[in-house]
Design a protein around this ligand. Structure first.
Ligand SMILES: NC(=O)C1=CN([C@@H]2O[C@H](COP(=O)(O)OP(=O)(O)OC[C@H]3O[C@@H](n4cnc5c(N)ncnc54)[C@H](OP(=O)(O)O)[C@@H]3O)[C@@H](O)[C@H]2O)C=CC1
Ligand SMILES: CC(=O)N[C@@H](CCC(=O)OP(=O)(O)O)C(=O)O
Length: 353
């Protein structure tokens, strides 16, 4: 059994980790932390877990984290890097759901997250936890920086067209790498459980708005990830929107095709690239995936479109921000790190309607 601790158990990604890990056959939960709810039984706060999780929240300072094999940090940015050196020295592996171990350039991290990076040496060894790209490195990693919710959808959506093998087969770039557009919509659980005006029912319900148009911290993460996939620089306009639903991300990706790309059968390319991926479903040509078709599941569904009379490729991607966008991806990565079947504990079907 893997002994697992969760720092930040009261938040939305924390309770989603609990839902998934409570059903995982190879996990023993050791500690679930909260500073504000110390002492409260987890199932009292989250009755959905009654009879499945019998621990109480403990303060992070006294939780038996060093006795765990793995600790998930479902906390704000900056918390994991403060505790990582001590836990790693005790032989504990770490999966951070926040951004402490995502951006490899510390100056870029400091620019977007407004704090210095306290352990660049650990950042240097950390692996970016996107299994469809980094599966082998994840298996050997001690520290994982789990991708943000939007970056997961955008990187998976463009992975096949930027893959150097596809570029070599086509005889050149398939798309204009410097004019990519990611137009993304998220449900409000993406903002977490903390009280904020923009996620109040009277603000977010029956409303739809863009934010972060001139700069969002996920843009450099996406550019870093796509650049690593392509092996050369990629730049994009990323525009997120808040939509009145609880869970879900819908990404609409636009790319201008090159002459080499215009000759490619993209449906076939996507089906072949993701064949064998347990959590990526390439839908039949002409499909328009819905967020509810992945709700509460770790699946991402993708559809590829070539509008008639244009030189655009449009890729539609849906994911559940709390599952493949966060906690489910964390469990998928944990399975890889501990040599378990990648889909263990993650085979739930989506909830619909
Ligand atoms: N929501 C989403 O869709 C996604 C979120 N993420 C990232 O995952 C992380 C968690 O997100 P989410 O669950 O939404 O956040 P929430 O705000 O809902 O929860 C944050 C949790 O962290 C705990 N916490 C806060 N500050 C500290 C601290 N200094 N030390 C220890 N624990 C602390 C809180 O409990 P307490 O204050 O009681 O200790 C709470 O349990 C964030 O970094 C977020 O950016 C990533 C992908 C998707
Ligand atoms: C709807 C909403 O507010 N979403 C969050 C992203 C959540 C997430 O995955 O981001 P991090 O892990 O990088 O914080 C936002 O745009 O800030």
């Amino acid at each position: 059994m893997i002994k697992v601790g969760i720092v930040g158990g009261t938040g939305y990604t924390g309770v989603e980790l609990l839902r998934l890990l409570a059903q995982h056959p190879q996990v023993k939960l050791m500690a679930i932390t909260s500073r504000k709810e110390t002492g409260m039984p987890v199932a009292e706060m989250y009755p959905s877990l009654r009879g499945r999780v019998d621990l109480a929240f403990t303060d992070p300072a006294s939780a038996p984290l060093a006795e765990c094999d793995l600790v998930f940090f479902a906390t704000p940015h900056g918390v994991a890097m403060a505790q990582a050196p001590e836990l790693l020295a005790a032989g504990v592996k770490i999966i951070d759901l926040a951004a402490d171990f995502r951006l490899k350039d510390t100056a870029e991290f400091e620019r977007w997250y407004k704090m210095p990076h306290s352990c660049p040496h650990i950042l240097a060894e950390a692996v970016y936890g996107l299994p469809e790209v980094n599966r082998d490195a994840i298996r050997k990693a001690r520290v994982i920086g789990l991708p943000g919710c939007y970056p997961t959808s955008v990187q998976l959506g463009w992975l096949p067209v930027l893959d150097p093998k596809a570029v070599a087969a086509a005889g050149g770039d398939l798309v204009e790498r410097t004019t990519l557009i990611a137009d993304c919509k998220s449900g409000v659980s993406g903002a977490g459980r903390k009280a904020e005006v923009h996620t109040l029912l009277a603000e977010a319900s029956d409303n739809f708005k863009a934010y972060g148009v001139t700069g969002h911290r996920h843009a450099p993460e996406i550019a870093q990830g796509l650049g690593a996939i392509a092996g050369k620089p990629v730049s994009l306009q990323f525009t997120p929107h808040l939509v009145p639903m609880i869970r879900g991300i819908h990404a609409t990706l636009y790319a201008r095709l090159t002459p080499a790309g215009a000759r490619v059968d993209f449906q076939k390319l996507y089906e072949e690239r993701f064949a064998g991926e347990p959590f990526v479903d390439v839908m039949p040509a002409g499909s328009t995936p819905e967020t509810r078709s992945v709700r509460a599941s770790n699946m991402v569904r993708i559809a590829v479109h070539r509008p008639a009379g244009s030189d655009l490729l449009i890729v539609l991607v849906v994911e559940d921000n709390l599952v493949k966008g966060a906690s489910g991806q964390g469990v998928q990565v944990m399975n890889l790190m501990f040599g378990l079947p990648e889909d263990m504990g993650l085979t739930q079907l989506p909830v619909l309607p």
